[in-house]
Design a protein around this ligand. Structure first.
Ligand code: ZN
Ligand code: FE
Length: 257
């Protein structure tokens, strides 16, 4: 399975999963049809699936157009998104499995950004391989999604599921927000050397117009302030130990940053 990253709208990423053996493809969160169709053309691949993480327009915007081009494709999304994702056919819940290119992805129910958000995780095929996590607007490189329909307690619970995955997992998040996220992160975690290093790298990458997605989950665990609610420095910022309250405090600071 090859993964192509396509830029869309102002800062979205769409991911095309390609199976060269069967000339088929699946797409994660198609915001726009044009870049997807161009990519499929180049790959000479038939689109067989849309994997949606949640119902926001910048994730499902091309569902209609793509199903017109490929009437047999299957549209996957979370069960709680019933009625909100155009042409949804499969309604997924925690622990469900979906298949593409002889790989099986595990579904995580990760409410918080929306009440219905799900993530797709393809475990590595061998010990040397990376796992692939498609997490939409739940976990970002250096940050996390805003809480539109969920509580801090729900989001912490969701992020903890993702944090439990192996370090060698590639995090395919849906937006290029990394620089802004890290600009905030260094203000709340100023003594974190790994974070400083990452911030400098990301600044350089963005100056050169390079993408910062995917990142590695191991790096997120070390540097992402929204995965660090149980570190002493974050507990002392908030003066609390309860994960939801530590997380909620940091999320609130980011909302007003
Ligand atoms: Zn969203
Ligand atoms: Fe989004």
């Amino acid at each position: 399975m090859d993964i192509k990253r396509l830029a869309a709208l102002s800062d979205n990423y769409i991911f095309v999963l390609h199976d060269p053996n069967t000339h088929t493809a699946a797409v994660v969160d198609p915001a726009e049809a044009t870049p997807v169709l161009k990519c499929l053309d180049k790959l000479e691949a038939q689109l067989v699936a849309i994997f949606n993480t949640h119902h926001h327009y910048d994730h499902v915007g091309a569902n209609n157009a793509l199903i017109e081009q490929f009437p047999k494709l299957c549209v996957y999304g979370g069960i709680e998104d019933r009625g909100r994702i155009p042409h949804q056919q499969v309604f997924l819940k925690e622990g469900d499995r979906v298949e593409f290119a002889n790989r099986v992805a595990e579904v995580f129910f990760v409410p918080g950004h929306t009440r219905a958000h799900i993530a797709y995780y393809f475990p590595p095929e061998s010990a040397q391989d990376t796992g692939e996590l498609f997490c939409g607007d739940t976990l970002f490189a250096g940050g996390c999604g805003r809480l539109f329909e969920g509580t801090p307690a729900q989001m912490v619970n969701s992020l903890e599921k993702l944090r439990n995955l192996p370090d060698n997992t590639r995090v395919w998040c849906a937006h290029e927000y990394t620089l802004k996220n890290l600009q905030f992160a260094v203000t709340v975690d100023p003594d974190n050397i790994a974070l400083q290093t990452r911030y400098n790298q990301v600044k350089e990458f963005r100056q050169q117009g390079k993408a910062t997605v995917p990142s590695l989950l191991g790096e997120e665990k070390q540097t992402n302030p929204f995965l660090r609610w149980d570190s002493v420095s974050f507990q002392s910022i908030s003066g609390m130990k309860d994960p939801a309250r530590v997380f909620g405090k940091i999320r609130g600071m980011k909302d007003n940053f």
